[in-house]
Design a protein around this ligand. Structure first.
Ligand SMILES: Cc1cc2nc3c(=O)[nH]c(=O)nc-3n(C[C@H](O)[C@H](O)[C@H](O)COP(=O)(O)O)c2cc1C
Length: 552
């Protein structure tokens, strides 16, 4: 979308004029109108861009792809409104200089699609939302971001204490947009406070409520488990027609159904699980009908192969983003195929000993080739590192080659794909040759007879999720209690300082005491910001003026 003026966009609406303006639906009627999706690709900064959303959908047959609802990465509302450069780098709904649908929100393949913003000013939020409304099904407000940058910028979860502002932000969109508004929150310390928070969001006009079952303090080493019971409590205490998405603890496909059952939510959102395995939402192919890219080994070990996922991802970049045919490749290798090609030497373009590639400043790249500074190219290297995480810890040549790629170098990415295919082929052949024994030394240790597991250990999860390195699989974080207790993670000086800084005003508790408390309380951070501040803000909002504006 080449440089539309935000004011023009906001006033006239850009892009293809809808032939007939659809009536604006709300809540469950809206949810049903987009096909009642159960599977939701989470909003992820720099990671839920168009190509990734397409990849996540690609594991369903074409006729079922609308089963997945995908969110854009979070955009900063003020910057989105004010900066052409920011907008063009992050959002490309139409071909440059035209109204022809292109990538983001393309009605032919990128729907249902919600665009997420962070904001603390209703005017900025509305102006930004009006720019995107022709290209998406709803606009979402991020109320969950716990990062320091959100604290500094006062958005995401750092609005929790200002329920009145939250109401205004959501209500402004509810009253003034042509499409519905939705919101994503984190839970608070108590069920009661979380319920009031949710009620405020819904009263303001949110059509769908996404609940990330972790508190603001649960991030980084202290992420821990999401609280599904809290989401269940909301389900049971909010009006029954409320549309709720549950978020947190989804590592494998099986977890989705468990989460739906425990929480009673309408849909399940996944971020980290989806990044590790973009096929997480789709059921595995039936036994005996595996395509070449799906591996089934012994003892129930199975999954999508890294080379399959890599190829699919690259194909989306070629086809949609660069607009060229993907190169012709041999069928993905399976044992029994010809192995002559394994002898070929793989040269990574631009990475030979005589290749000199001067470092370029971002502004130079922007001048010479602005296309490659866009979200779909920027996301490639981090996505591939995530997908190949288990593989690159063993195959350092793949890691090094990936680390050396530059933005937009599709030739290099293609050559690395061949390198990955070769390693996978060798791994599979070795597995066959040793009758499965080649992976035994990498497997997590089983419980010894008579040994029982601490309920709060992640060891069982590690065992359940473990796959050979040629299969995409989740990264299991140690639980905070476990990691702190074992001393396998230490809070750094910076983290200790951060904890101290995050304490509520006037609560100058000793940092060491807080850390001790963390260890005692399941390793989960004690509420660092006063719960009372949130509760008071909620009380004010729910008991006071909210009813006056509830009609909006
Ligand atoms: C790389 C990454 C980027 C994220 N960016 C966003 C974001 O832009 N907006 C948002 O609401 N949450 C963001 N999150 C949080 C996720 O949407 C989600 O709430 C959280 O990771 C918990 O889900 P999970 O347990 O499935 O990972 C991000 C998470 C990750 C891992």
């Amino acid at each position: 979308m080449a440089s539309i003026s935000p004011d023009t966009a906001a006033s006239v609406g850009v892009g293809p004029a809808p032939a007939v303006k659809k009536p604006k639906l709300h809540g469950r009627a809206f949810y049903e109108s987009i096909g009642s999706p159960k599977y939701i690709v989470a909003p992820m900064v720099d990671q839920s861009e168009f190509a990734w959303r397409m990849l996540s959908r690609s594991f369903f047959p074409e006729s079922e792809r609308s089963k997945i609802l995908a969110y854009s990465p979070m955009f900063h509302a003020r910057m989105f409104r004010e900066s052409d450069v920011y907008r063009d780098e992050h959002f490309q709904p139409t071909r440059p200089g035209s109204d022809v649908p292109w990538l983001d929100g393309n009605p032919a393949f990128d729907r249902p699609f919600f665009v997420q913003f962070c904001a603390n000013d209703p005017d900025h939020l509305l102006a930004a939302a009006k720019i995107v409304q022709p290209y998406c099904d709803a606009v979402d407000l991020n109320l969950g971001c716990p990062q320091n940058i959100a604290k500094k910028g006062r958005y995401g979860s750092f609005l929790q204490e200002d329920q009145e502002l939250i109401f205004k932000l959501i209500n402004t969109l509810h009253e003034n947009l042509d499409i519905p508004v939705t919101a994503k929150i984190r839970i608070l310390d108590t069920k009661e406070a979380t319920l009031k928070y949710a009620q405020n969001v819904l009263r303001a006009g949110a059509s769908i409520l996404t609940v990330h079952g972790r508190r603001r303090e649960q991030k980084g080493h202290l992420t821990g488990l999401a609280d599904w019971e809290m989401i269940r409590y909301l389900r049971d205490n909010l009006p029954p027609d409320t549309v709720i998405f549950a978020n947190g603890n989804i590592l494998q496909h099986e977890d989705i159904q468990k989460c739906l059952e425990v929480t009673g939510a309408d849909g399940v959102m996944s971020a980290e699980g989806n990044l590790s395995n973009p096929g997480i939402f789709a059921p595995p192919p039936p036994i005996g009908q595996e395509p070449r890219g799906y591996w089934r080994g012994k003892n129930g070990l199975e999954g999508w192969r890294v080379d399959e996922v890599y190829r699919r991802y690259l194909d989306i970049i070629y086809e949609h983003v660069r607009g060229v045919e993907p190169p012709k490749r041999r069928p993905l290798f399976v044992p029994g195929d010809d192995t002559e090609w394994l002898k070929e030497e793989i040269i990574i373009p631009g990475q030979g000993p005589n290749d000199v590639r001067p470092n370029k400043k971002r502004n130079d790249v922007r001048r010479e080739n602005p296309e490659i500074l866009t979200a779909n190219y920027v996301g490639m290297q981090p996505h591939l590192f995530h997908l190949l995480r288990h593989m690159v810890s063993r195959h350092h040549d793949v890691r090094d080659a990936l680390a050396k790629t530059r933005l937009g170098e599709l030739d290099a990415y293609e050559a690395i794909c061949r390198l990955v295919e070769k390693k996978v082929a060798e791994g599979l052949l070795e597995y066959e040759r040793t009758d499965g024994k080649s992976i035994e030394q990498d497997m997590p240790a089983a419980l010894a007879e008579g040994e029982s597991e601490d309920d709060e250990s992640s060891a069982q999860t590690v065992r359940e999720c473990w796959r050979p390195w040629w299969v995409v699989q989740p990264i299991v974080r140690p639980l905070p209690k476990e990691a702190l207790a074992k001393g396998s993670i230490q809070l750094s000086k910076k983290e200790k300082k951060r904890l101290a800084a995050e304490m509520a005003d006037g609560e100058k508790e000793d940092v060491e005491k807080t850390i001790k408390k963390l260890k005692e309380e399941n390793g989960v951070a004690a509420p660092a910001l006063a719960t009372t501040a949130v509760t008071e803000a909620l009380d004010e909002q729910t008991n006071g003026q909210s009813s006056a504006v509830a009609s909006g």
